[in-house]
Design a protein around this ligand. Structure first.
Ligand SMILES: CC(C)(COP(=O)(O)OP(=O)(O)OC[C@H]1O[C@@H](n2cnc3c(N)ncnc32)[C@H](O)[C@@H]1OP(=O)(O)O)[C@@H](O)C(=O)NCCC(=O)NCCS
Length: 134
Protein backbone atom coordinates (compact mmCIF):
# COMPACT_ATOMS: atom_id res chain seq x y z
CA UNK A 1 0.00 0.00 0.00
CA UNK A 2 1.49 3.38 -1.02
CA UNK A 3 0.35 5.50 1.85
CA UNK A 4 -0.80 9.02 1.15
CA UNK A 5 -1.03 11.84 3.70
CA UNK A 6 -4.03 11.12 5.89
CA UNK A 7 -6.43 14.08 5.90
CA UNK A 8 -6.79 15.41 9.42
CA UNK A 9 -10.12 14.12 10.61
CA UNK A 10 -11.53 13.84 14.07
CA UNK A 11 -13.74 11.01 15.16
CA UNK A 12 -16.80 11.31 12.97
CA UNK A 13 -20.30 10.15 13.87
CA UNK A 14 -21.07 8.21 10.70
CA UNK A 15 -24.34 6.56 11.83
CA UNK A 16 -26.60 6.60 14.89
CA UNK A 17 -29.49 4.14 14.91
CA UNK A 18 -32.11 3.05 17.46
CA UNK A 19 -32.40 -0.75 17.66
CA UNK A 20 -35.88 -2.12 16.96
CA UNK A 21 -37.50 -5.53 17.60
CA UNK A 22 -36.87 -6.49 13.93
CA UNK A 23 -33.11 -6.28 14.65
CA UNK A 24 -33.08 -9.04 17.27
CA UNK A 25 -31.82 -12.62 17.28
CA UNK A 26 -33.51 -15.67 18.81
CA UNK A 27 -32.21 -14.65 22.25
CA UNK A 28 -33.98 -11.29 22.10
CA UNK A 29 -30.82 -9.17 21.96
CA UNK A 30 -29.66 -7.44 18.80
CA UNK A 31 -28.35 -9.69 16.02
CA UNK A 32 -24.59 -9.30 15.55
CA UNK A 33 -25.03 -9.35 11.78
CA UNK A 34 -27.15 -6.20 12.02
CA UNK A 35 -24.31 -4.40 13.81
CA UNK A 36 -21.83 -5.74 11.22
CA UNK A 37 -23.90 -4.32 8.37
CA UNK A 38 -23.99 -0.92 10.08
CA UNK A 39 -20.19 -1.06 10.63
CA UNK A 40 -19.85 -1.71 6.90
CA UNK A 41 -22.15 1.22 6.04
CA UNK A 42 -20.35 3.52 8.49
CA UNK A 43 -16.95 2.70 6.92
CA UNK A 44 -18.36 3.38 3.44
CA UNK A 45 -19.82 6.70 4.55
CA UNK A 46 -16.46 7.64 6.06
CA UNK A 47 -14.52 6.70 2.92
CA UNK A 48 -16.78 8.92 0.84
CA UNK A 49 -15.94 11.91 3.08
CA UNK A 50 -12.27 11.39 2.14
CA UNK A 51 -12.91 11.07 -1.58
CA UNK A 52 -16.33 10.65 -3.20
CA UNK A 53 -15.90 7.38 -5.08
CA UNK A 54 -17.76 4.05 -5.28
CA UNK A 55 -16.34 1.75 -2.58
CA UNK A 56 -16.57 -1.97 -1.91
CA UNK A 57 -15.65 -3.69 1.34
CA UNK A 58 -12.37 -5.61 1.06
CA UNK A 59 -11.57 -6.44 4.69
CA UNK A 60 -13.36 -6.29 8.01
CA UNK A 61 -10.89 -7.11 10.74
CA UNK A 62 -11.20 -8.31 14.32
CA UNK A 63 -14.78 -7.65 15.32
CA UNK A 64 -14.88 -8.60 18.99
CA UNK A 65 -18.26 -7.98 20.63
CA UNK A 66 -17.59 -7.05 24.26
CA UNK A 67 -21.19 -6.29 25.28
CA UNK A 68 -24.68 -7.05 23.98
CA UNK A 69 -27.01 -4.51 22.38
CA UNK A 70 -30.70 -4.38 23.27
CA UNK A 71 -33.91 -3.17 21.67
CA UNK A 72 -34.28 0.55 22.32
CA UNK A 73 -30.52 1.18 22.54
CA UNK A 74 -29.25 4.13 20.57
CA UNK A 75 -26.15 2.78 18.83
CA UNK A 76 -23.47 5.13 17.51
CA UNK A 77 -20.85 4.27 14.90
CA UNK A 78 -17.83 6.56 15.16
CA UNK A 79 -15.22 6.46 12.40
CA UNK A 80 -11.63 7.61 12.04
CA UNK A 81 -9.19 7.33 9.15
CA UNK A 82 -6.39 4.81 9.75
CA UNK A 83 -4.71 4.84 6.33
CA UNK A 84 -5.28 6.15 2.85
CA UNK A 85 -3.52 3.98 0.28
CA UNK A 86 -3.52 4.11 -3.50
CA UNK A 87 -6.89 2.43 -4.03
CA UNK A 88 -7.97 1.75 -0.46
CA UNK A 89 -9.04 3.54 2.68
CA UNK A 90 -8.71 1.86 6.07
CA UNK A 91 -11.26 3.05 8.60
CA UNK A 92 -11.57 2.37 12.33
CA UNK A 93 -15.22 2.00 13.39
CA UNK A 94 -16.04 2.19 17.10
CA UNK A 95 -19.50 1.16 18.23
CA UNK A 96 -21.15 2.42 21.41
CA UNK A 97 -24.64 1.77 22.78
CA UNK A 98 -26.52 4.29 24.87
CA UNK A 99 -29.43 3.17 27.03
CA UNK A 100 -31.53 4.25 29.97
CA UNK A 101 -34.47 6.51 30.68
CA UNK A 102 -33.82 8.54 33.82
CA UNK A 103 -30.06 8.35 33.34
CA UNK A 104 -28.19 7.46 30.17
CA UNK A 105 -25.26 5.06 30.23
CA UNK A 106 -22.82 4.56 27.37
CA UNK A 107 -21.45 1.11 26.74
CA UNK A 108 -18.64 0.18 24.30
CA UNK A 109 -19.88 -2.67 22.08
CA UNK A 110 -17.15 -3.42 19.56
CA UNK A 111 -14.72 -1.89 17.10
CA UNK A 112 -13.33 -2.94 13.76
CA UNK A 113 -10.88 -2.00 11.04
CA UNK A 114 -12.56 -1.91 7.66
CA UNK A 115 -10.68 -1.61 4.37
CA UNK A 116 -12.76 -0.06 1.60
CA UNK A 117 -11.50 -0.16 -2.00
CA UNK A 118 -12.46 2.47 -4.57
CA UNK A 119 -13.73 0.81 -7.76
CA UNK A 120 -14.93 1.75 -11.23
CA UNK A 121 -18.16 0.51 -12.81
CA UNK A 122 -16.43 -2.78 -13.80
CA UNK A 123 -15.41 -3.33 -10.15
CA UNK A 124 -11.72 -2.66 -10.90
CA UNK A 125 -9.73 -0.84 -8.20
CA UNK A 126 -9.11 2.84 -9.00
CA UNK A 127 -7.08 5.52 -7.20
CA UNK A 128 -8.79 7.08 -4.20
CA UNK A 129 -7.49 10.46 -5.34
CA UNK A 130 -7.46 11.48 -8.98
CA UNK A 131 -4.13 13.02 -10.00
CA UNK A 132 -4.41 16.74 -10.70
CA UNK A 133 -2.55 18.39 -13.57
CA UNK A 134 0.09 21.02 -13.07
C1 LIG B 1 -12.12 -5.18 -3.87
C2 LIG B 1 -11.58 -5.82 -5.15
C3 LIG B 1 -12.13 -5.06 -6.36
C4 LIG B 1 -10.07 -5.66 -5.06
O1 LIG B 1 -9.50 -6.31 -6.10
P1 LIG B 1 -7.99 -6.90 -5.92
O2 LIG B 1 -7.51 -7.38 -7.22
O3 LIG B 1 -7.99 -7.82 -4.75
O4 LIG B 1 -7.20 -5.57 -5.58
P2 LIG B 1 -5.79 -5.39 -4.94
O5 LIG B 1 -5.10 -6.66 -4.58
O6 LIG B 1 -5.11 -4.45 -5.87
O7 LIG B 1 -6.09 -4.62 -3.57
C5 LIG B 1 -6.83 -3.43 -3.59
C6 LIG B 1 -6.49 -2.65 -2.33
O8 LIG B 1 -6.89 -3.40 -1.20
C7 LIG B 1 -5.78 -3.54 -0.30
N1 LIG B 1 -5.87 -4.82 0.35
C8 LIG B 1 -6.03 -6.03 -0.26
N2 LIG B 1 -6.06 -6.99 0.67
C9 LIG B 1 -5.91 -6.39 1.87
C10 LIG B 1 -5.85 -6.86 3.21
N3 LIG B 1 -5.97 -8.16 3.49
N4 LIG B 1 -5.69 -5.95 4.19
C11 LIG B 1 -5.55 -4.63 3.92
N5 LIG B 1 -5.62 -4.12 2.67
C12 LIG B 1 -5.78 -5.01 1.66
C13 LIG B 1 -4.55 -3.45 -1.17
O9 LIG B 1 -3.41 -3.07 -0.41
C14 LIG B 1 -5.00 -2.38 -2.15
O10 LIG B 1 -4.92 -1.11 -1.54
P3 LIG B 1 -3.84 0.04 -2.01
O11 LIG B 1 -4.01 0.21 -3.49
O12 LIG B 1 -4.31 1.24 -1.27
O13 LIG B 1 -2.50 -0.47 -1.63
C15 LIG B 1 -11.95 -7.33 -5.28
O14 LIG B 1 -11.21 -8.09 -4.32
C16 LIG B 1 -13.43 -7.53 -5.05
O15 LIG B 1 -14.26 -7.24 -5.91
N6 LIG B 1 -13.79 -8.03 -3.87
C17 LIG B 1 -15.20 -8.16 -3.50
C18 LIG B 1 -15.70 -6.86 -2.83
C19 LIG B 1 -17.14 -7.00 -2.41
O16 LIG B 1 -17.99 -7.33 -3.20
N7 LIG B 1 -17.40 -6.73 -1.12
C20 LIG B 1 -18.71 -6.94 -0.57
C21 LIG B 1 -18.86 -8.40 -0.24
S1 LIG B 1 -20.57 -8.83 -0.02
Amino acid sequence: MTDQPVPQSNRYLAIRSVMMPRDTNALGSVFGGHILSLIDLAAGQHARTISPKRYVTKVMREVNFVAPVFVGDSVSFYTTTLRVGTTSVAVRVEVEAQRGVDSITTCPVTSAEVVMVAVDHENNPIPVFTATKG
